[in-house]
Every structure is written in C-alpha cells, then in structure tokens.
Design a protein around this ligand. Structure first.
Ligand SMILES: Nc1ncnc2c1ncn2[C@@H]1O[C@H](COP(=O)(O)OP(=O)(O)OP(=O)(O)O)[C@@H](O)[C@H]1O
Ligand SMILES: [Mg+2]
Length: 241
C-alpha cells in the first residue's frame, strides 16, 4: 500500500435516524495517488461531498478504514485530526471562501499565520505562490475587485501556500465560465504533476474531465468504475459529450 496516498476501505455513512435515515455511503472503497489529478465524479446527491468530507476529517464515518498518508484518520482523536488537517491538507471550494476584508496576499497568508509563522515570512511566501498562479499584479487587491476566476486562483494559492501534500477540491469550477474553469484546472493539474501532490477534485463539470489522470465514477454512494489512464477517460467521456 502506497503510504503517500488516500485509501478508503469499506466506509459507511448515513444521516438521520429511523424513517428519516438516508444511507449515503455503503461499504464504499476509494483510492487516490500522489502526483496525479484524481477526479471523483457522479450525479448530484450521490455522495461525493460526503466522501470528501470524510477524507478531510471534517465528517465522521460510521465505519470503515480511512487512511491518508499512511495514517488512520478513523482512529485519531479530534485534536490529532485537526492538526493533521492543517499540516497536510489544502482546500478549494466552489465559492472561493476568501475573507472579503483581506487582500489577496493576506488571504493567502492565513494558513501560515495560523501555523504560527511570522507575518513577514507569510507575506513573502504568499507573494511567491500568487506569482505561481499568475496573480503577481493582484497581490494587494480585495476579493471584490477580482473576477471569479482570479478569486479562485487566490484560493488555489491559499491552498498551496503551506505546501500540503494533498489538495482537496469540491466543485472548484462550477461557479466559473469555461475559460476560467480551464485555467483553474490547468493550475490544479500542475500542482499535482509538477509539485508531486495528490490533488482530488470532486466535480460534475464535464468540461473539465480532460484534465483528470485518474477518474472514479460514483453512483448511489458506490464507486462503480475507475478509469486509470487519460485515454480511457477520454474514451468514456469524449469532449463535448
Ligand atoms: N448533513 C446532512 N444531513 C442529512 N443528509 C445529508 C447531509 N449531508 C448530505 N446529506 C444527504 O446525503 C446525500 C449525498 O449528499 P452529498 O452532498 O454527498 O452529494 P454530492 O454527490 O456531493 O451532490 P452534489 O453534486 O449536488 O454536490 C444527499 O442525499 C444529501 O441530501
Ligand atoms: Mg457535493
């Protein structure tokens, strides 16, 4: 087993009780590897965000094994999970979630400041990463003064600034037009392949499927098919389909 990846085995998760109980994940297995952009795709409500939240340690599974970077999250206490998360994971969401009163550079600095780094170091790192995402001219901009695509690139910079080995993204392109979506996916794929990270993208935006190296397809809480090469992904999901 590759201790640098994500290995989810036989995970169960349901919400509610009695008549209102919804079983979302049922003995679900899932794997993702470092150095690749993995997509988790499937129809609305099939359980993608639920699985992502369990991997992120923000939601407790009812059973099963969740191993991330060789560590069993399901066996850790809440404090250990929180520490593990802040060190090893970066997050990107559909709605960017930037702090509106902070500039781009300040937003990107936040994960470093939380980890106890000094402001000056954090600001310098933030500028470096903002340059990597092509926003060197926007470091002092407030989110409201940037386009959706630019805001999402700030969010990518924020997710990368503390150099976590894993980046988790939930619908990162669904608020963006096609061109900005492609730009964001290009950066996410670079973050995986050039920087040897594990990038996991949950999506049902089929305009972006061509960026995946590895694709797990989910329905009713189960991975029913895994496509492991670019060619296979394009064969099953031809562009424009
Ligand atoms: N906190 C919750 N309480 C009750 N039910 C929930 C909760 N979170 C999710 N669910 C239910 O679990 C199912 C899966 O939800 P989930 O958000 O994982 O789907 P998804 O695949 O991410 O969908 P989408 O593509 O629309 O984001 C849905 O039926 C949803 O209503
Ligand atoms: Mg979702």
């Amino acid at each position: 087993m590759n201790s640098r990846g994500i290995h989810v085995q036989s995970v169960d998760k349901s919400f509610g009780r009695g008549q209102a109980r919804t079983v979302v994940l049922k003995k679900t297995d899932f794997v993702a590897e470092t150095g690749l952009l993995t997509m988790l795709v499937g129809p609305s409500g099939c359980g993608k965000t639920t699985l992502l939240s369990i991997i992120a340690g923000t939601l407790h599974a009812d059973g099963g094994a969740i191993e991330v970077l060789g560590q069993r999250l399901d066996k850790m206490g809440a404090n250990a999970v929180a520490k593990f998360r802040s060190r090893n994971l970066g997050f990107i969401f559909q709605q960017f979630n930037l702090i509106p009163t902070l500039t781009a550079a300040e937003n990107v600095s936040v994960p470093l400041v939380i980890q106890g780094f000094g402001y000056r170091y954090a600001e310098r790192k933030a500028r470096e990463v903002l340059e990597w995402v092509g926003l060197e001219d926007h470091v002092n901009f407030l989110p409201a003064k940037m386009s959706g695509g630019q805001q999402q690139r700030v969010a990518i910079a924020r997710a990368l600034v503390h150099e976590p080995p894993i980046i988790l993204c939930d619908e990162p392109t669904s608020s963006l037009d096609s061109e900005n979506g492609q730009h964001v996916m290009t950066l996410l794929r670079k973050a995986a392949t050039q920087k040897d990270r594990l990038v996991l993208v949950v999506t049902h935006d089929n305009r972006t499927y061509g960026f995946a190296d590895h694709m797990s397809e989910m329905e009713d809480g189960k991975i029913f098919r895994t496509l492991t090469t670019h060619e296979e992904i394009l064969r099953h999901h031809p562009p424009g389909s």
